[in-house]
Design a protein around this ligand. Structure first.
Ligand SMILES: O=C(O)CCC(=O)C(=O)O
Length: 383
C-alpha cells in the first residue's frame, strides 16, 4: 500500500514566524489563520465528529502568533493574538502541507496507452481480507480499472462486488441494469443492441455523472462483443501536446448531452474535457451518440468539429485502445470520469451475451482506500 513519504520540515524562525522548509531549502511561511482553523482542542472542534465549532471566517483577519514553542519533540505549542492557545502534532501538519490537491492520500493515476504491460487483473474472492481489498483498490485508483475473474455468475453478484468498493448509485436504468441485445422496440439505449459501441463515457447527460461502472459478464456465447477501454486522461494529454488548439476548444466548449425515453428526459451541459482549477484534466465526458454542440458561428463550429474528430480518432486508435474478452464470470470495474469504454459488435444469433451492470460514486473507492490505509498502516486518525 502506497505510503505518503514527504521530506518537509517545520521551522520556528522566530517567536512569531513559522515556516515549512522544503527539501531544496525553500521556505513557505505558515499563515496564522491556516493553523488557527486546524486547532483540535475541545474549544475549537467537536472531538466526536472532528468538525469545527467556530466559523473560521469570523477569526481576526490580522491574527498573529504571539509565541511559538516546541514543548516536546514533534510537538508545537502556539499562542495566538486572539488569546487562544493550542498544541499541534508536527507530523500531522507536515503531512497535510505535503498532500497534493485532488488525490488526498490516494495513489496518483498512472496514465497508460495500449502498450500497457500488465493489465490490472485479479482473482475475485468472497469476503476478501483488508490487505487484499487495499491492493485491488490501489490498482483501480492507479489505472482507472481492474478486471476480476471468477465472480460467481448468479444475478446480483455485481452489487456484492460494488459494495466492497463503495455505495451503489441507482439511476433510471435501475440499481442494476442488464446489457444484452433486446428487441428493437425495447432497447432504450444502444448498449442494449448488438452493434459496435465506440469509446464513450456513460451517462454524460447526468449531473453528476456516475463515477464508476461495474460490468459483470453472466454469459458470453458469441465470438464478437470484445470489450474496449481507453485512458481518456492519456489521450487528453496527448491532444494537449499534439493539438493545443483542439485541446483548448474541447476543454472550453460546453456541449449538451441528452437521454430521452418515454419516462425520462435527462439533459446536462458540460465540456468534453473538464479541467480543475490548476489545469489538470479532471473529467472526460464523451459520447458521440449523445452530444449536441450549440449553434455557434460557423467558423467556431468548424474548429469544434475538427477538434472533436482529432480527439475521437485518437480514442479509437490502436495507439491508445485496449481490447479484451469479458468472459463468463469476469467483471470489469472502471472510472467513468477517466476511462472510455466500448465494445465490438456481435451476432446475437450465435448465442447469449449478457452483462449485468451497476454504478457507484467515484468517492466510494477513495474513501474505502483511505480507511483501509488508516487501519493497515495506523496512519492518521478518523478526524
Ligand atoms: O456491451 C458492452 O460491453 C458495453 C455496453 C456499453 O458500453 C453501454 O451500455 O454503454
Amino acid at each position: 500500500m502506497a505510503s505518503q513519504p514527504h521530506s518537509l520540515k517545520l521551522k520556528i524562525s522566530s517567536a512569531t514566524q513559522l515556516s515549512v522548509v522544503h527539501p531544496n531549502g525553500d521556505q513557505t511561511g505558515i499563515h496564522p489563520l491556516w493553523l488557527r482553523e486546524r486547532c483540535q482542542d475541545p474549544d475549537s472542534m467537536d472531538l466526536q465528529s472532528g468538525q469545527r465549532l467556530h466559523d473560521p471566517s469570523d477569526f481576526d483577519l490580522d491574527l498573529r502568533y504571539v509565541s511559538l514553542s516546541a514543548p516536546a519533540p514533534g510537538r508545537l505549542h502556539v499562542r495566538f493574538s486572539d488569546g487562544h492557545e493550542a498544541d499541534f502534532a508536527e507530523g500531522e501538519l507536515l503531512a497535510e502541507a505535503a498532500m497534493p490537491p485532488g488525490d488526498y492520500g490516494c495513489p496518483a493515476p498512472v496514465f497508460w496507452e495500449s502498450k500497457l504491460a500488465n493489465m490490472p487483473r485479479a482473482q475475485w474472492r468472497e469476503n476478501p481480507e483488508d490487505a487484499q481489498v487495499a491492493a485491488w483498490m490501489e490498482s483501480f485508483l492507479r489505472y482507472g480499472f481492474i478486471i476480476f475473474q471468477g465472480v460467481p455468475t448468479d444475478p446480483g453478484q455485481v452489487l456484492k462486488v460494488a459494495s466492497v468498493f463503495g455505495w451503489p448509485r441507482e439511476t433510471n436504468f435501475g440499481v442494476t441494469f442488464e446489457v444484452r441485445s433486446k428487441p428493437a422496440a425495447e432497447a432504450n439505449d444502444l448498449g442494449y443492441t448488438s452493434i459496435k459501441l465506440d469509446p464513450h463515457t456513460d451517462n454524460p447527460y447526468r449531473s453528476p455523472v456516475p463515477g464508476v461502472q461495474l460490468l459483470h459478464c453472466l454469459a458470453n456465447e458469441t465470438s464478437g462483443g470484445l470489450s474496449t477501454l481507453v485512458d481518456g486522461f492519456t489521450v487528453a494529454e496527448a491532444l494537449r501536446t499534439r493539438d493545443p488548439e483542439g485541446f483548448r476548444i474541447l476543454s472550453t466548449t460546453p456541449v449538451r448531452f441528452r437521454f430521452r425515453d418515454k419516462d425520462t428526459e435527462l439533459l446536462s451541459s458540460a465540456v468534453p474535457i473538464e479541467l480543475d482549477a490548476r489545469g489538470k484534466v479532471r473529467t472526460i465526458r464523451f459520447s458521440p451518440r449523445l452530444d449536441f454542440v450549440p449553434l455557434l458561428p460557423p467558423e467556431e463550429l468548424a474548429a469544434y468539429y475538427r477538434a472533436r474528430r482529432v480527439f475521437d480518432h485518437a480514442l479509437r486508435s490502436p495507439e491508445f485502445e485496449i481490447r479484451f474478452l469479458l468472459d463468463k464470470g469476469d467483471l470489469v470495474m472502471f472510472d467513468n470520469c477517466r476511462l472510455l469504454h466500448g465494445r465490438t459488435g456481435f451476432d446475437p444469433q450465435e448465442g447469449l451475451r449478457h452483462l449485468q451492470g451497476c454504478y457507484i460514486d467515484i468517492d466510494g473507492p477513495r474513501s474505502r482506500y483511505r480507511v483501509l490505509r488508516r487501519s493497515l498502516t495506523g496512519a492518521g486518525s478518523a478526524t
